[in-house]
Design a protein around this ligand. Structure first.
Ligand SMILES: *[C@@H]1O[C@H](CO)[C@@H](O)[C@H](O)[C@H]1NC(C)=O
Length: 264
């Protein structure tokens, strides 16, 4: 008997050690996988919406967790969105834009780094040309009237040149309203629409916000001149609320850590 017990103890110890090591190994590996899992561009999830402006929709570009992460990190830090004055470039309050937003620094955390890299891989545009990811919140009735993403003033183009492309990631579903609409897109009048679209989305090519989807559109032609057909609006939220994240991409490297909370 006396010699039996120590062996049982030893067996338990071995089992315990084996369990712990395999568990932590598995844990470590899965964590590293989540971090380094290469993004594989899946063309079957991308639809080309329009050629002028060039616009594409990627279904399920972000995971639910990534969407929730961006929202929770921006919540509580939101400030009323501004619009750049066309001449001076100064940020000003404007009733045309009633959302609130928050700029992350570039590469601010591991999730943001991963998303920034994924955007570069999808768009084939250099990561360094991107501004910090900007989270936007539209409450009931909030909207942004038709506007371009490119700047018309000189001041905002000094760093990195103009905004040439935008990746707009939807972080939440919206029960009604909140569509992104391109009123002058070439495909504007060929899109069939049912009653699930809001009144504001009737005219133009409309994209319904869907959690995790990403919309890529180009504000510049391939010769780097601005494309007025890229103007778009965010329709008023009629039911629910809208969360989105924007990555504006410049013509050249954009050095600032933080973007400026303005647009147009
Ligand atoms: C740039 O490209 C657009 C679209 O093809 C064209 O309409 C425009 O005239 C071009 N501008 C210059 C300066 O080449």
């Amino acid at each position: 008997m006396a010699s039996f017990f120590p062996r049982v103890d030893f067996l338990f110890l071995l089992l315990f050690l084996f369990f712990m090591s395999s568990h932590s190994l598995r844990f470590g590996v899965s964590r590293r996988r989540a971090e380094e899992k290469p993004f594989i561009y899946d063309p079957s999830r991308v639809t080309q919406l329009s050629w002028s402006p060039r616009a594409f929709l990627y279904k399920g570009f972000l995971t639910e967790n990534e969407c929730d992460h961006l929202i929770s990190r921006a919540k509580g830090k939101l400030e009323r969105s501004m619009v750049a004055n066309r001449q001076s470039g100064k940020a000003m309050l404007n009733e045309a834009r009633t959302s609130s937003g928050y700029f992350f620094g570039k590469r601010q955390d591991a999730v943001i780094r991963r998303i920034e890299r994924r955007i570069a891989e999808w768009t084939f545009l250099p990561e360094e040309n991107g501004e910090g990811i900007h989270v936007l919140h539209y409450g009931l009735g909030q909207k942004y009237d038709t506007h371009p993403d490119y700047f018309q003033d000189k001041f905002n183009q000094e760093n990195g040149g103009n905004r040439m492309a935008t990746v707009l990631m939807y972080l939440s579903n919206v029960r009604k309203g909140g569509e992104t609409v391109f009123p002058y897109a070439e495909a504007a009048n060929t899109q069939p629409k049912d009653e699930t679209y809001s009144e504001c989305a009737r005219n133009g090519f409309a994209v319904k916000p869907k959690k995790g989807d990403a919309l890529l559109f180009f504000s510049c032609h391939v010769n780097a001149t601005t494309n007025p057909r890229s103007v778009h609006r965010s329709c008023p939220v009629i039911e629910g609320e809208k969360w989105a994240a924007t990555r504006w991409i410049r013509l050249r490297s954009y050095e600032n850590q933080r973007g400026n909370n303005i647009q147009q």
